[in-house]
Design a protein around this ligand. Structure first.
Ligand code: MF3
Ligand code: CO
Length: 271
């Protein structure tokens, strides 16, 4: 959508704040031996308790063989997006886990995702990457690098979403960070406009070229979501027909924020 009125912008900001709170609730629960279904239950409860509606639940985009059955996506290690919660699927310490949720509030849709390491007190993703000096981590440097680079790619991509620029600028920023860290980019999936539906046009490639694609305009509401991988970027669709996993079995990370393009630059709504 293109947000034009103060009322729309106010409601979008409220929706974004609600979603940030929901993801914090979910992340706080995501410890060793918790099932992904428990996380989904917590997400749905947190969304509804805050007066919003889960937007992924029963969502069926063109080409999907059945509606998405949960409020939350939980994608572990080599799974990159759209992992379906399951009571038999337990988190383990050291897993790289992405939680992705969407909601509508007063008719306005927002979408956000965070990746973190289960049980690692030095993985302070939800604090924005601030490092603790005293805690003992799990020692998985590679996992930290993957997650930190993907968060950096998200921030660079958001900074590139300037009015008067182009949609391709966003993916160009992602690609620059991925290259610097020698990580693969999941090119098949990407961001999208949002605001009045789960997915709106245009698609936002994560391997875009600067200056290409639609012009970025004031009022645009965009879900920016880089996905980076330790191996190559190719993905395969799992048997459940929702979960995307890395074709080479290596691990992936994914961060997403919904932003509003203002005359002064991008404003992150989902914080
Ligand atoms: N954040 C996800 C995306 O943009 C939302 C998926 S909707 C779901 O693709 F229904 F698949 F969960
Ligand atoms: Co999205």
């Amino acid at each position: 959508m293109i947000a034009t009125t103060e009322e729309e912008i106010k409601a979008l900001r409220s929706a974004g704040k609600i979603l940030a709170g929901v993801l914090a609730d979910v992340e706080a629960l995501a410890t060793d031996a918790v099932s992904t279904a428990e996380l989904d239950l917590a997400a749905e409860h947190s969304i509804r308790a805050r007066g919003a509606v889960p937007s992924f639940l029963n969502y069926q985009p063109d080409g999907a063989s059945y509606p998405y059955p949960a409020a939350l996506c939980v994608s572990i290690n080599d799974e990159v997006v759209h992992g379906i919660p399951n009571e038999k699927r337990l988190l383990h310490s050291g897993d790289i886990v992405t939680v992705d949720a969407g909601l509508s509030y007063q008719g306005f849709f927002v979408d956000a995702a965070r990746t973190f390491i289960v049980g690692d007190p030095t993985d302070t993703s939800y604090l924005g990457g601030e490092k603790s000096l005293v805690m003992q981590g799990l020692g998985d440097t590679k996992a930290h690098e993957l997650i930190n680079a993907t968060r950096a790619a998200l921030l660079a991509a958001i900074a590139a979403a300037q009015p008067g620029g182009h949609i391709g600028d966003i993916g160009a920023a992602v690609a620059r960070i991925a290259r610097a860290h020698k990580l693969g980019i999941v090119e098949e999936l990407g961001g999208h406009a949002v605001g009045r539906a789960v997915h709106e046009k245009p698609f936002i490639p994560n391997d875009g070229r600067a200056g290409e694609g639609e012009e970025i305009k004031v009022g645009m509401v965009l879900a920016i979501e880089p996905m980076l991988a330790e191996g190559k970027g190719a993905v395969v669709l799992a048997e459940d027909e929702w979960t995307y996993r890395m074709a080479d079995g290596k691990r992936a990370a994914h961060f997403e924020e919904t932003i509003l393009v203002t005359a002064k630059g991008p404003e992150i709504l989902t914080r």
